[in-house]
Design a protein around this ligand. Structure first.
Ligand code: NAP
Length: 388
């Protein structure tokens, strides 16, 4: 029996993780759940799975949560401290980190410090501070099990292989909703259009990241940290069907791919039951109807992907700047404050003004994260003509 804490249980990954856990009651048990502010759904989930503890990150919501949980024997925590308490819960074996953005960083470090394995969905954590997270995992002898479908695919392809025989990693990307949109129309696309992903049903931030291909850029950096492979040996290919979740090419010329339906319950379950593979009951692929195509990403259409490679190359705090400026730009775009093409402009603006600091500690990472956010907010307050 593996006891699981799910941070971000009310989100797309969190809900799928609970589904996986509830389908395997002899193997997995949810003992902690956390949300940002959706206390109604959190309470509903708690009544179903009976965790030992729950947390709500937004202060002021814990009163409502306590009322909703009246009569249930469960500890209630609040604020960032509350999330950290859940991440380090004594009874937990593994922590699913499925919150959005930099909010995943401290809880991931806390879980590792307390000797827990981490099932990591939150890629921003590794982008902002991969060196700190990987060092902590090594120090405590804990595993970081990838939940992201691409990294789960690579992880699965590497089982039983000699890491020294890996030639390169090939990350697949759907290309998002604007793969074929004429370039001159991109400036006018709306948040609603950006949120219509062709193959995956995900949270808002990661869906916009998929539309700009920043999601793939973040995943290149995530793969670098998870698998210890440098940027030149991580290739991105567009694969609009989202069935080949990623590939590993070996020095003997063989290429291994992991292929499955586009359903996050598969990688989530693999992370939670690893090294065991267990049945999911997910509908099998009909090979007679499957076509697999691959193409080069267009750098003019997707500048964010090149920015991510550039940030990884620059190292130090540059990926932190990439991540933070993207987070704010996506929020501004979703709020209708900037256009779609302003997202890469904001990231470029922050990166151009940053001199990376090598080997930053957590305090420095958080300071640089704040600095980058301020840069983007100051740029966004300029008029469109001033923005250039
Ligand atoms: N969705 C996917 O298929 C997918 C695939 C691969 C990787 N990922 C990664 O997984 C992570 C989660 O994505 P998602 O699509 O599940 O997002 P989502 O649907 O927006 O859900 C996010 C969850 O995290 C909570 N949350 C957000 N900000 C928080 C904060 N500051 N403190 C505490 N909790 C917070 C949310 O609570 P509320 O409900 O209260 O807002 C919600 O439970 C992201 O890093 C994403 O890139 C997602």
């Amino acid at each position: 029996m593996r006891r699981v804490v799910v941070l971000g249980s009310t989100g797309s990954i969190g809900r799928a993780a609970l589904e996986v856990i509830e389908k395997l009651p002899d193997h997995l048990r949810a003992i902690g759940l956390a949300t940002r502010n959706n206390v109604e759904l959190l309470a509903e989930q708690a009544r179903r799975v009976r965790p030992l503890a729950v947390a709500v990150a937004e202060r002021g919501r814990e009163g409502t949560l306590r009322q909703l949980l009246h009569g249930l024997d469960v500890e209630v925590y609040a604020g960032e401290e509350g999330l950290l308490t859940l991440a380090g819960l004594d009874e937990a074996d593994i922590v699913v980190v499925a919150t959005v953005g930099i909010s995943g960083l401290r809880p991931t470090l806390e879980a590792l410090r307390k000797g827990k394995d981490v099932a990591l969905a939150n890629k921003e954590t590794l982008v902002a501070a991969g060196h700190l997270v990987m060092a902590e995992a090594r120090r405590r002898g804990c595993r970081i099990l990838p939940v992201d479908s691409e990294h789960s695919a690579i992880f699965q392809c590497l089982v039983g292989e000699d890491p020294g025989m890996v030639k390169r990693l090939i990350l697949t990307a759907s290309g998002g909703p604007f793969l074929r949109t004429p370039l001159e129309d991109l400036a006018r696309v709306t948040p609603e259009e950006a949120l219509l992903h062709p193959t995956w049903n995900m949270g808002r931030k990661v869906t916009v990241d998929s539309a700009t291909l920043m999601n793939k850029g973040l995943e290149v950096i995530e793969a670098h940290w998870l698998f210890g492979i440098e940027a030149e040996r991580i290739q991105v290919v567009i694969h609009p069907q989202s069935l080949v979740h990623s590939m590993v090419e070996f020095l003997d010329g063989s290429i291994k791919a992991q292929i499955a339906a586009s359903d996050m319950r598969i990688p989530i379950q693999y992370a939670l039951t690893f090294p065991k593979r267990m049945a999911t009951g997910i509908k099998e692929l009909d090979w007679r109807k499957v076509t697999l195509t691959f193409e080069e990403p267009d750098p003019a259409r997707f500048p964010c992907l090149s920015y991510a490679y550039e940030a990884l190359e620059a190292g130090g705090t540059m990926p932190t700047v990439l991540n933070a400026s993207n987070e704010v730009a996506v929020e501004l775009f979703l709020a209708g404050r900037i256009g779609f093409l302003d997202i890469p402009r904001c990231i470029r603006y922050a990166m151009d003004r940053h001199v990376p600091v090598a080997d930053p500690d957590l305090e420095m990472v958080m300071a640089v994260d704040r600095w980058a956010r301020e840069q983007v907010l100051s740029l966004a307050s300029l008029s469109p003509t001033e923005r250039g």
